[in-house]
Design a protein around this ligand. Structure first.
Ligand SMILES: [Zn+2]
Length: 160
């Protein structure tokens, strides 16, 4: 059983690479594995042969079906995990989607940003998106100040 869990751990266990988000520059981890490798396939062969022997008593050709099933499910699991973790936790930027459609990636970040801004605990976090929020607030304040100054000069020119 230890061997089985060890081989499963090798297949499903994840190693990571450190890096930075291309959008918010936040530090993040990327999963190193996108597909199953030859070591994983060897582990699957061993696992299905062992499981087949346990289930059917001796080596059985049905172990091959079990192997195909295991490798299919393992590949789907590893790929979906990789795909899910490629999205930045800080800003919602999806580099895979960006390669396909930059506009859809931008919309996704916008939705992520608006959803996060609704939560007060986000404002207390260390997220790099808060810098963007500060800049937007600054711009808004500047616009209001310009409007006030314009309004004053309009009033004074109207009085004269
Ligand atoms: Zn990011």
């Amino acid at each position: 059983m230890g061997l089985v869990s060890h081989s499963l751990g090798r297949v499903f266990g994840s190693s990571h690479q450190e890096g930075f988000c291309a959008f918010c520059r936040g530090r993040r981890k990327y999963p190193a594995k996108k597909h199953l490798g030859p070591v994983d396939a060897a582990g699957m062969i061993l696992f299905s042969a062992l499981a087949g022997t346990v289930i059917w008593g001796s080596f059985d050709p049905r172990s091959l079906v079990l192997f195909v099933l295991c490798i299919g499910m393992g590949e789907i699991f590893v790929y979906l995990r990789w795909r899910q973790r490629m999205v930045c936790r800080h800003c919602g930027f999806d580099p895979v989607l960006y390669n396909i459609s930059p506009n859809r990636a931008r919309d996704k970040v916008k939705i992520f940003y608006e959803a996060r801004m609704q939560r007060p605990e986000f404002l207390l976090s260390q997220s790099p998106l808060l810098e963007l929020r500060k800049r937007l607030l600054e711009q808004e304040r500047l616009k209001q100040r310009i409007q006030r100054v314009k309004g004053r000069s309009f009033d004074s020119s109207f009085k004269n």
